[in-house]
Design a protein around this ligand. Structure first.
Ligand SMILES: [Zn+2]
Length: 154
């Protein structure tokens, strides 16, 4: 089983963003470190949902924000280790579109379901396989106190 470590404050933060974006999808980038078995989030970067046609069931992150997050990660000696988005009115299960549009191998994709403006389930999946044969494998979210993660504040 893959493991995703996140601090209580980052966990609360992305769920709050999911509630604030309702009925639209929120989206953002996860910075941190990874090894073979786990990923550790040390910072979250909220992004604008650029999907203007259907922001209540699609999300799109501006490539400029991805580049900026990548640079920020580098200055911290870290990497982009995943992405998060919300599912307003839908379960925290990845959609066919989520899988088709995921390209960051070995990164975590976190999904927060929101019902009537309230964050419900939070799930995570790791993208595995190869570019033309990718799959999501479930990941266990482990919430830790910030000091246990050696967290660097942005
Ligand atoms: Zn989705």
């Amino acid at each position: 089983m893959h493991l995703l470590n996140i601090s209580q404050s980052d966990y609360d933060q992305i769920r709050r963003e999911a509630e604030q974006a309702y009925p639209h999808e929120c989206c953002g980038i996860l910075l941190g470190t990874m090894d073979a078995a786990s990923r550790t989030i040390t910072a979250t970067v909220p992004c604008d949902n650029m999907s203007h046609e259907a922001p209540e069931r699609r999300y799109s992150i501006d490539p400029q924000q991805v580049i900026a997050a990548m640079k920020l990660a580098r200055t911290r000696g870290e990497n982009i280790i995943g992405f998060y988005h919300s599912h307003p009115g839908h379960p925290a299960q990845y959609s066919a579109t989520d899988l088709a549009e995921a390209h960051w191998m070995d990164c975590s994709y976190v999904i927060i379901s929101v019902e009537e403006g309230r964050a419900m389930d939070t799930t995570a999946f790791v993208l595995r396989g190869s570019e033309d044969n990718q799959r999501f494998e479930p990941e266990e979210i482990q919430i830790l106190p910030a000091h246990a993660l050696g967290k660097i504040e942005i």
